[in-house]
Write a protein that binds this ligand. Sequence first.
Ligand code: 0O2
Length: 236
Amino acid sequence: MKSNRNPNSELQQSVVSVPDLAQVPEDLLNQAREFQEAIMMYSCAIREVKTKLEVLNDDLSVRNQRNPIEVIKSRVKRPVSIVEKLRRRQLPVNLDSLINHLDDVAGIRVICSFVDDIYAVADMLVNQDDIRVLKVKDYIKNPKPNGYRSYHLIVEIPVFFSDRKKNMRVEVQIRTIAMDFWASLDHLLKYKKEMGEEATAISEELRKCAEVIAGTDERMLEIRRSIERHGGTIKD
Ligand code: 0O2
């Protein structure tokens, strides 16, 4: 059957109207520009730290015949997560607050195969003379009660822009492949608020898995060390 509806008028209704920039208040535009500039600066800081980690990985892979780092992931925190975190901490939601109170707007996650690589990479990074360490949280030696394991560093690094140098903060999370696998599932659970009572049982199950994973990480390291003692190398 043929419809009498005019497809163009439907299309017009569904299009979101774009605001006329001339009508947007000047201070709102300035705030948007400042926010965009801050995000650009954080993503440049990520590039600086990421390059350092890539250089370390390349150097170590030539020296030791194996890559200590499997993957490097990075992100600038999404505006919605920035707002949520500021609200959760009962801080004003504005740019100053973000710059002064949030350490993880720029975030890098380094995934290593073995636990000793985590400490080796962290040491080599923090010993570079343009890196200042602001905070260290070793959730591997001191896991969270839910089983979360990871090594966290908040570092400050100078970034040279066109007309200024800024010291930028970057959060670096370093963990094994297994710890990262665990954290992804745990993160998923955090956002499934509607699970109710079942969430308690799942959290307990996850906590047990974290123990198994920690044991497996330890055993894998022992196996690698035994192979190395016999002169073997683990190549990709
Ligand atoms: P998202 O969405 O991943 O960015 P602090 O002021 O330093 O004491 P903060 O920032 O909570 O408080 O520090 P912490 O505990 O070092 O956590 C920083 C980040 O580590 C979190 O960022 C998570 O990415 C990760 N993390 C910490 N605890 C857990 C956990 O139990 N499970 C999982 N999956 N990740 C965790 P955000 O902003 O909380 O979250």
